[in-house]
Design a protein around this ligand. Sequence first.
Ligand SMILES: Nc1ncnc2c1ncn2[C@@H]1O[C@H](COP(=O)(O)OP(=O)(O)OP(=O)(O)O)[C@@H](O)[C@H]1O
Length: 351
Amino acid sequence: MKLETVAEIAHRIATSPPLLEAKGLCVDYVTEAGNIRACDDINITLHRGEILGIAGESASGKSTLLAALGRLQRAPAVTSAGQVVFHAKGKEPVDLTRLSEEQLVDYRWSGISIVMQSAMACLNPVSRLKAQFLDVLLAHDSSLTKATATARAEELLQMVGIPSHRINAFPHELSGGMQQRALIALSLACDPELVLMDEPTTAVDVVMQRQILAKVLELQEKLGFAIAFVTHDLSLLLEISDRIAIMYGGKIVEVGTAAQMYEAPRHPYTQGLRNAFPPLTEPVRKLTGIPGSPPNLLNLPQGCAFAPRCSQKIARCESEIPALLDISGGRAACHLLTQEIPEPAKEALNA
Ligand SMILES: Nc1ncnc2c1ncn2[C@@H]1O[C@H](COP(=O)(O)OP(=O)(O)OP(=O)(O)O)[C@@H](O)[C@H]1O
């Protein structure tokens, strides 16, 4: 695999055209207890061929955002505001939030596909792999014959390291790692421009996780699709992503290159996450957790949602929600970064 320098990655992203743009995107879960705003005013652009990692603690809104980016959310989730503009190759940009289910068919699989956490829950347990691959391939290209579709399915399985004769297997006849790889092969069946991945390796052991990720990165480099990858494992994202977006309480609180998040995270929450996860290649060091627990989205604090857990908060943090603003090398939503602050706090931020 070709190794890029940090400057080369930043240049590639900056010069690559936009593929998917979330603009003021809000997603609510409509419940009897009230509307839970799981994504609040999300603004982010994913570029062609980019690997964007999305990290944050449990219930920060990562999976909700991923589903909303692909217009895959189901009731009680509703997109209550904003746009998701998809720039499909050879087509006019389109706001996915405005399309009907029928119109979305044109963009599913061939434009955007998804790999979920549990292959067993996604693959049909009573259907052989061949039938499941042919279903997708023939539905999206009626000019294919059964024979060419079968050959394509075998090629896809081989691409992820599954021998082609396993095309006749039922999902339960495959190991967990193979099932997950089969699901990844299926997600690539129609040559998508964007693959959404929601914790795709959580259900397999660490060795298999490494093998699957290496395969995903190899295919991504070969085929050029973009990836939005959700996990709460920041150390994993630091290794595979071009850029990382950090979510907290339904908002993006920091975005930057993986190198920047590793070397100099700016938001106190990102700093806390960074100190809580050791990158897999780093020598053992003392880890510290973030005190307290994530906020209740039905009862958010008045100012910054992270303020109650933040050791660096200032008075303004408790009354005013910080906006996501440009900072050097990325964007962050933190009052400490956008105002004159006393030297000790500044030192803590840059530590
Ligand atoms: N079906 C649902 N009905 C009501 N609320 C929901 C539903 N699904 C998620 N939520 C709420 O939306 C918020 C965000 O959930 P989401 O699953 O997007 O977070 P996450 O960051 O992906 O968490 P995890 O890492 O645990 O998967 C949570 O507070 C959760 O309570």
